[in-house]
Design a protein around this ligand. Structure first.
Ligand code: UDP
Ligand code: MG
Length: 325
């Protein structure tokens, strides 16, 4: 493993027309530096994945690729979300590189961490997880909701790395195995630990976005969190089975108690307590049905087996391929 690896940096972009002209040269300079100091081989590249942007993101990527051959791009046929864009980029880059690093295009992730990731790879790790040093740059809500999310997902039995998002290095070997994970519901930070192999962590700092706004609204974030929980664990369904069992036992005791009470002549009206029980039961049942629905929905999507991404266009410096599914 002492040969210099060819590095592919995969960067998803969604409506990042404001950000790309600022960050793309920074990425390109860092790649040149890594080549110059001999960390990675000539032929290393940056692959931008336009996730069906409505602004001029694709145009910017095409212009960049014409002026710098190390910059390449693919465009999704429509917006499918960051995870799908990352997947498209990872599988595209797999054929051309020994290692792939994924990061965001907004310049929030500390760039210098890439070199440390490559060092970890050279020392024998096949996956290197970028882990946030702290969450000072996040809003109060995002900081607390995300820490709750990691704890909850782990409690539910999915193996995810605390404070690791999608800033990571994976080797070609990992990607070769990863290709066989054919699920349609993709939650990459839960999938890579399942691939296995030797892994390590690298800490990095996060700064504020250089421009533009976050593409993750609160609603999108919640649905992403729900995906993370339900893609890797059936514990929520099991919890409802256990809850149903406990409530049934309590009901049997309640029925016996009511009958005994009736024969003892205590026919006191218990409207308030009755309403509480009815409301509580209705709430629990609806929640239970909702959880089951989530899983059935997931099965439905998997069974249909629709393509996880569709590449509509490639920059000229990527050889012409047919539209891939
Ligand atoms: N992104 C994407 N598709 C989407 C939403 C986001 O490709 O539907 C990209 C976005 O361009 C950015 C990365 O995913 O490069 C992370 O998004 P963002 O910075 O908005 O999220 P945050 O850092 O606020 O969590
Ligand atoms: Mg960001």
């Amino acid at each position: 493993m002492n040969k210099r690896p060819v590095l592919g940096i995969v960067i998803p972009c969604y409506n990042e027309g404001e950000v790309l002209p600022v960050t793309a040269p920074v990425f390109a300079d860092e790649l040149d530096r890594l080549i110059a100091i001999g960390k990675v081989a000539e032929g290393s590249f940056i692959l931008f994945v336009d996730d069906g942007s409505q602004d001029d993101t694709w145009q910017i990527i095409c212009d960049l690729s014409r002026s710098n051959n190390a910059i390449k791009g693919i465009m999704q046929s429509r917006n499918r979300g960051q995870q799908s864009a990352l997947l498209a980029g990872l599988l595209e880059a797999r054929e051309m590189s020994d290692i792939v690093i994924t990061t965001d295009c907004d310049g929030q992730n500390e760039l210098a961490a890439m070199e440390r990731m490559i060092d970890e790879y050279m020392a024998g790790s096949e996956i290197v997880y970028g882990v946030r040093r702290d969450r000072k740059s996040d809003s109060f809500f995002k900081r607390h909701s995300s820490s709750l999310f990691y704890k909850f997902v782990r409690l539910m039995g999915a193996e995810i790395i605390y404070n690791h998002a999608d800033y990571r290095l994976v080797s070609r070997r990992v990607l070769d195995e990863f290709r066989d994970f054919e699920e349609v519901n993709i939650f990459l930070r839960g999938l890579f630990p399942l691939v296995g192999f030797k892994s390590s962590k690298v800490e990095y700092d996060v700064t504020k976005r250089v421009a533009g706004k976050t593409k993750y609204s609160t609603g999108k974030m919640m649905s992403f969190a729900l995906d993370g929980i339900t893609s890797f664990s059936i514990k929520p369904v099991r919890a409802f089975t256990i809850l149903g069992f406990v409530v049934s036992i309590i009901s049997i005791i309640g029925i016996i108690w009511t009958i005994v009470d009736y024969f003892c002549g205590n026919t006191v009206s218990g409207y308030a307590s009755l309403m509480c029980v009815v409301c509580f039961m209705a709430g629990i049942q609806l929640l239970g049905i909702g959880v089951l629905g989530e899983y059935i929905g997931k099965i439905y999507m998997e069974v249909k087996g629709r393509p996880r991404f569709i590449i509509a266009e490639r920059t000229e410096n990527l050889e012409n391929k047919d539209i891939e599914v």
